[in-house]
Design a binder for this molecule. Structure first.
Ligand SMILES: [Zn+2]
Length: 169
């Protein structure tokens, strides 16, 4: 199903999923939304509206740091409170910056989480996975079995997402 929303060409794919996933085709700028079956047109319009800055930035200069930062802030505005509330965990501070070899890091002592700016270009599920991963480090500093089962409780598909993200490195 294709819609015109706020000047964007939006392709909506209805699926048996829980969350809404948003991508922008770098080739032609088409916005692709994967939504749960039964999602209304109003909800779709709202998602596009909420992400309009990010969508516009993806279409123009996706590599520019400032644009990425703005896009990240826009996306994290709702994701951080959502995961902190869902997991009952809270970071003391979030920092966004370019990181060479990691998607994120967490200092369990200070509660300070750093997120890689490159995440701005990845689907929402990747951003959620990294947030859940780093927040879990507040409880489990290492990558032991308890850590991963904690991640899995919130992101059951973490293995697939992790594989996808590695491929992009
Ligand atoms: Zn880790």
């Amino acid at each position: 199903m294709r819609y015109q929303i706020e000047g964007f060409e939006v392709e909506v794919i209805y699926k048996k999923i829980k969350g809404i996933y948003l991508r922008v085709d770098p080739e032609d700028g088409t916005v692709r939304l994967h939504v749960p079956n039964g999602t209304t047109q109003e909800q779709i319009a709202q998602v596009v509206h909420d992400h309009r800055t990010w969508i516009a930035s993806r279409k123009k200069r996706p590599s520019a740091t400032e644009v990425q930062k703005e896009a990240m802030r826009e996306r994290l505005k709702s994701l951080i409170p959502y995961w902190e509330q869902t997991m009952g965990l809270r970071a003391s501070r979030y920092t966004l910056r370019s990181m060479r070899s990691r998607w994120g890091s967490c200092n369990p002592k200070t509660g300070h989480i750093t997120l890689n700016l490159e995440l701005a270009a990845l689907p929402e599920e990747c951003l959620s996975y990294v947030l859940v991963h780093e927040l879990s480090h507040l409880l489990y500093p290492g990558h032991d079995r308890d850590f991963w089962s904690h991640v899995e409780r919130y992101v059951p598909e973490w293995k697939r997402i992790r594989r996808y993200m590695r491929k992009g490195e």
